[in-house]
Ligand binder design. Structure first.
Ligand SMILES: [Mg+2]
Length: 209
């Protein structure tokens, strides 16, 4: 078996982080008095925190609020985090086939590790603070053969890296939207990843151009 790397997005791909983000935003609002609607934030997870905050507060408040969010998240946000169905099995399937698992996420890296630990998910490597094209660069650096994600920028990142773009409609985007965004394959959920991997490794010609 040849070693290979499969990349995974974190939020709404491996984990459902909505409850923790919601609790953290509520605490941030209470502490600072800024107006941010946590219901809106958790329905569009994916972009970097700074980008989300910029939709709600003046530019000069973005960095201090982002720093405070990350501190509060470490205390309040991890607890409610859940593994999505099939996440553990998907990571296990990669390792069972002699592959390595790489989490590439916009999340602050220490908080990404905390979420994985809390949900009992094991990744071989985590690279945080990456979004859009930066995710693609990280996938190239690690030689990932595929990237699994729940948003159109995840599909772009995979294609940029020449990796198979694997969509999962467990986040804000439907299967049709992920297909339109260039997904090579849309799985119903991570439950289907082991079967896809087995097929792909048997016939890697299915890789994109
Ligand atoms: Mg995501």
């Amino acid at each position: 078996m040849t070693p290979f790397v499969v990349g995974f997005d974190l939020d709404m791909t491996l984990i459902d982080s909505r409850a923790g983000v919601h609790a953290t935003i509520r605490a941030l609002v209470e502490e600072t008095g800024v107006f941010i609607d946590p219901d809106v934030v958790v329905e569009r997870l994916g972009p970097p925190l700074e980008l989300e905050l910029a939709a709600w507060v003046p530019t000069e408040q973005v960095d201090p609020l982002a720093d405070r969010f990350r501190e509060l998240y470490a205390q309040l946000g991890i607890e409610g985090t859940l593994a999505l169905p099939g996440a553990a099995e998907a990571l296990d399937a990669v390792r069972a086939a002699a592959g390595r698992t790489l989490v590439v996420t916009a999340k602050y890296e220490p908080n990404a590790w905390r979420c994985l630990e809390h949900t009992n998910l094991t990744a071989d490597a985590v690279v945080g603070w990456r979004h859009g094209p930066q995710k693609g660069e990280t996938l190239v650096e690690h030689g990932a053969i595929a990237y699994v994600g729940d948003t159109p920028p995840d599909m772009d990142a995979a294609r940029l890296a020449g990796a198979v773009a694997l969509g999962v409609p467990t986040g804000p985007f439907s299967a049709a939207e992920l297909e339109a965004a260039g997904a090579d394959v849309v799985l119903a959920s991570l439950m289907d990843l082991p079967a896809w991997l087995e097929m792909h490794l048997a016939s890697p010609a299915a890789a994109p151009d």
